[in-house]
Design a protein around this ligand. Structure first.
Ligand SMILES: Nc1ncnc2c1ncn2[C@@H]1O[C@H](COP(=O)(O)OP(=O)(O)OP(=O)(O)O)[C@@H](O)[C@H]1O
Length: 264
């Protein structure tokens, strides 16, 4: 495989994702092709049940691919050890908060686990990475609060800070804006864009906020069972990639405004 683009960290080629029931593979989506580049924010969009979470779990190696190639920094994903992978890809599955009785700073410090010794003692570098994440996300005022005391929006930001402290080149987030009001959705997505730019990371997240993804993301993967498309939002709009995302009886995509409208 030739990764010509100097900033490409993850390359997905002819990927088929799905589940095994017994030994029989059950495909959810196939023919998936895309790249993630450093400094870019990318979104995965698609209808309910199309396979967004399945794709993100496959990229994070939480579940195996059915077929195809996932290449991380020019090496096949499956050749990485667990610890190596944890220093390259961090994953935020917001429905799964590890331990809400931890304080914010303790939860963020969990991101340093791949680097700490077996007793989990934090080095000066570990502490510095935790403090950098706290300041980048603006969590100074709540860093000693218990996680169960936080609002959903604050918790989302803490989980992003934990991923940041893990100091990986790739961050993957499954629906990081669920439960947030429109202001905080925009806040979190802007924050992710700023982190991707300022810390030169490749960030990929799944979302149902397609309008916002179109406005904010560098690239979008429109996931479909057979014919996914990937590219810059404006070129996807030109190609009509959003037109057939949903059945046309209730909503349709307005390519002039880049938004979905309810059919009246
Ligand atoms: N553990 C599992 N075993 C078998 N099939 C599963 C499993 N988890 C999910 N699926 C199926 O895989 C398909 C894709 O599910 P997935 O959760 O990836 O979709 P999604 O696009 O993230 O959906 P949503 O937008 O509703 O969150 C669905 O048909 C779902 O029923």
């Amino acid at each position: 495989m030739n990764l010509n683009h100097k900033h490409t960290v993850l390359n997905i080629n002819n990927l088929e994702i799905g589940f095994f029931s017994g030994k029989r593979p059950h495909a959810v989506a196939r023919n998936i092709h895309f790249d993630l580049n450093l400094g870019e924010l990318s979104a995965v969009v698609g209808a309910n049940g199309i396979g967004k979470s399945t794709l993100l779990r496959t990229l994070a190696r939480v579940q195996p691919a059915l077929s195809g190639d996932i290449t991380l920094k020019n090496e096949p994903l499956h050749t990485y050890t667990g610890i190596q992978l944890a220093t390259e890809i961090s994953v935020v599955l917001t429905e799964h908060i590890p331990a809400k009785n931890l304080t914010v700073i303790e939860l963020i410090a969990l991101g340093r686990q791949p680097y700490t010794n077996w007793v989990g003692t934090l080095s000066q570098v570990d502490k510095q990475k935790v403090n950098e994440a706290i300041s980048l996300i603006g969590l100074e005022t709540i860093k000693h609060k218990k996680c169960y005391e936080l609002s959903d929006g604050q918790l989302q930001r803490v989980m992003i800070a934990r991923a940041l402290s893990q100091d990986t080149s790739i961050i993957i987030l499954d629906e990081p804006t669920t439960h947030l009001d429109i202001y905080h959705k925009a806040y979190v997505l802007n924050l992710l864009k700023r982190i991707a730019r300022e810390t030169e990371k490749a960030i990929l997240f799944s979302t149902h906020e397609i309008d916002m993804a179109i406005q904010l993301c560098d690239k979008i993967l429109v996931l479909d069972t057979e014919n996914s498309s990937f590219g810059e939002p404006c070129s996807l709009i030109e190609k009509g990639s959003f037109q057939h995302l949903f059945p046309g009886d209730l909503v349709s995509f307005d390519s002039n405004s880049g938004t979905f409208k309810i059919n009246k």
